[in-house]
Design a protein around this ligand. Structure first.
Ligand SMILES: Nc1nc2c(c(=O)[nH]1)N[C@H]1C(S)=C(S)[C@@H](COP(=O)(O)O)O[C@H]1N2
Ligand SMILES: [Mo]
Length: 231
């Protein structure tokens, strides 16, 4: 790890950083006896132990505050607020009526597992925000999960530089399942998975970038795969 700054500029040592991250990792839902044992035995998870945990293939389902939120199609709404001309409340039908985008990309979690060739379908952020209308001072989108307190932020610049960033409604040809964030999650393939907020309930347009859930715990805001302080 070359970068020993936490996002607010406070310098921290390598040990302290792993301490913070180690505690954070115990909060993830590993569903894995080995991980639970490791998490119990120490709050600092050293690199060799991390890589020795047998992770298997495919998706790990993560949640910081289980049980996973339930979504009810009749009452669910996506709120768009903050620095917009006209705040919006979208039903799922409203979202499905917007221009749809599709893409295939590899998914990378910062803890070392990946899933290749994931097919996502959803709505590009420009299409999603068109009816709301951004105010001139808008610079970022803050994604609030219905799973409290999970939140993360992407700047409009980052989103516009990413042709395949989207609010996804489908994965691999099927509506998002509950554990993968139904009915809507953020997909930003250039960045690690923690930027991809599941169970998105509200998008607040802001002129500041606040630390997301994992960023408050030491990970980079600019979470570009291979170019950030990922493990
Ligand atoms: N609401 C919420 N979104 C979340 C997370 C979470 O714990 N809660 N974990 C993030 C992380 S670290 C990863 S790698 C991906 C994992 O996606 P999956 O659970 O669909 O495999 O979700 C991201 N989005
Ligand atoms: Mo992750």
């Amino acid at each position: 790890m070359s970068d020993e700054q936490v996002p607010d500029g406070r310098p921290i040592g390598r040990r302290a950083f792993f301490g913070v991250v180690g505690v954070g990792i115990t909060g993830l839902l590993w569903g894995d006896q080995v991980a639970r044992l490791v998490a119990k035995s120490t709050t600092v998870l050293p690199a060799p132990v991390r890589s020795a945990i047998p992770l298997g293939e495919g998706w790990r389902i993560y949640s910081v505050n289980p049980p996973f939120p339930h979504f009810h199609p009749a009452t669910w709404r996506l709120e768009i607020d903050g620095l917009v001309e006209r705040p919006q409340r979208f039903t799922l039908d409203d979202l499905q009526a917007l221009p749809a985008a599709q893409q295939v990309s590899d998914f990378h979690c910062v803890t070392g597992w990946s899933v290749n060739d994931v097919r996502w379908r959803g709505v590009r952020f420009d299409d999603l925000l068109a009816s709301a209308g951004l105010l001139p001072n808008a610079t970022a989108l803050s994604f609030v999960s219905s799973e409290k307190p999970y939140v993360d932020t992407l700047t409009l610049e980052q989103i516009r530089a990413a042709p395949d960033a989207m609010l996804a409604l489908e994965m691999d040809g099927k509506p998002l399942t509950r554990e993968h964030g139904a009915p809507a999650r953020v997909v930003m393939p250039q960045m690690y998975g923690y930027k991809g907020v599941k169970w998105v309930q509200r998008i607040t347009v802001t002129d500041t970038v606040k630390d997301g859930y994992w960023e408050q715990r030491g990970y980079d805001r600019d979470a570009y795969v291979g170019r950030s302080n990922g493990l």
